[in-house]
Design a protein around this ligand. Structure first.
Ligand code: SF4
Length: 387
């Protein structure tokens, strides 16, 4: 599989209270950041030989749509002059409503972006207020329409559900409102409380209560049913595509453990080429813009850490990532890679999951049912304990 390039843009106008991604709310260092990304490209090109052509570039964040189209074009040009790109490279930019105009969107398209992922999160003002988002439903709908109007034919949207105050009717209404815009891709996440975030602290003070497991499971089923009935493939626990051609090519690299190069503060990378094929390694950058720039000033890669993955770690990831996908885990590929007959080793545990309607195991693969997707993490944990 071809490698993918990820560029983390660490700026947000304001921190959302549930978010634990790294970002800065001041744009004062934007120019230094842009120069830094180009220097990091040079260091990566020096240190890692990425032989195949990149066929995805993903601008994630943070809020990449705070960059100007010319700045995105500049980064793409810098990458093209240092790495090889496939002719049909998928270039995704995350966009937050409230940070773009139609002409800016058109500028991104002109710059070479061919896929947008819009941080809609909800089309209900009450839910957006609880989430502390900067935008309202009207602004989110406007961006969805404007993106289409600018000629983007591959649009993804993010949805958060399981938000305090929501009930089944409001979750249904949110999904229906998004479906009206027919995005090609949807990432739907249950709200989770990340330790240390303001929302986590508020929850600790009993400001609000979260939906219980049963209610969350019901929401998960409702979202899956509504989107599946709407013609979407539920191809990964949290991801839906309006046909196979719209499956996220970039995210598939993470799920298939292909080489990905991450640039920018807090970005992660995974390398599995050449000698590293047997023992791939991952690395992660320091999650602080100032420290990241200091490393680059010294001519050093801004690494926060690096770890080689041994056979056991690779098996764990292959099982975890594979079972979160519609295709599941191929028994032949697993046997070939790890010399392990999964069915022979895990047969009795898997039979139990099959009896509960959570898993299907046939001659080719093991995969989770929709009911199994809802409790995927618990199933994988149980399987790993039995390996
Ligand atoms: S806009 Fe996105 S990345 Fe930025 S703080 Fe909010 S959720 Fe986090």
């Amino acid at each position: 599989m071809n490698p993918g390039l990820y560029i983390h843009v660490p700026f947000c106008i304001r921190k959302c209270p549930y978010c634990d991604f790294y970002s800065e709310s001041s744009l004062a260092q934007k120019k230094a950041y842009l120069d830094g990304i180009v220097r990091e490209m040079d260091l990566v090109a020096r240190d890692l030989s990425v032989c195949a052509a990149f066929d995805t570039v993903y601008f994630g964040g943070g809020t990449p749509s705070l960059l100007k189209p010319g700045e995105v074009a500049g980064l793409l040009e810098a990458a093209r002059s240092r790495f090889t790109f496939a002719p049909d490279v998928e270039v995704t930019l995350e966009v937050n409503p409230g940070t773009v105009t139609p002409s800016k969107l058109a500028g991104f398209k002109q710059a070479g972006v061919n896929r947008l992922n819009i941080g809609v999160q909800s089309l209900d003002d009450g839910t957006l207020t609880f989430l502390g988002r900067l935008h309202n439903a009207r602004e989110a709908e406007a961006v969805l329409k404007e993106a289409r109007g600018c000629g983007f034919s591959n649009i993804g949207a993010d949805l958060i559900y399981g938000v305090p105050g929501q009930d089944m009717a409001s979750v249904h209404a949110d999904v229906a409102a998004l479906l009206a815009h027919a995005p090609e891709h949807l990432s739907c996440y249950m709200l989770t409380l990340e330790a240390g975030t303001p929302l986590y602290v508020r929850h600790g003070k009993r400001d609000f209560s979260m939906p219980g497991d049963t209610e969350q499971g019901a929401f998960f089923g409702a979202v899956s049913d509504a989107l599946t009935e709407g013609g979407y493939l539920h191809y990964e626990v949290s991801n839906f595509a309006r046909g196979k051609q719209y499956v996220s090519r970039h995210n598939t690299k993470y799920w298939e453990m292909a080489t990905t190069v991450g640039l920018g503060p807090s970005a992660h990378g995974f390398y599995t080429e050449g000698e590293a094929h047997e023992h791939p390694f991952r690395w992660w950058n320091v999650a602080h813009l100032g420290n990241w720039l200091d490393c680059l000033d010294r001519g050093e890669r801004p690494l926060g850490g690096k770890e080689a993955l041994d056979r056991e770690a690779l098996m764990t990831e292959a099982l975890y990532l594979g079972l979160r996908r519609m295709e599941g885990v191929s028994l032949a590929v697993f046997q070939d890679r790890f010399s392990l007959d999964l069915k022979a080793v895990l047969g009795s545990v898997m039979n139990g999951f099959e009896d509960e309607g959570l898993m299907v195991a046939d001659a080719e693969s093991i995969r989770l049912t929709r009911k199994g997707f809802a409790v995927a993490d618990g199933i994988v944990l149980r399987l790993l304990q039995s390996l």
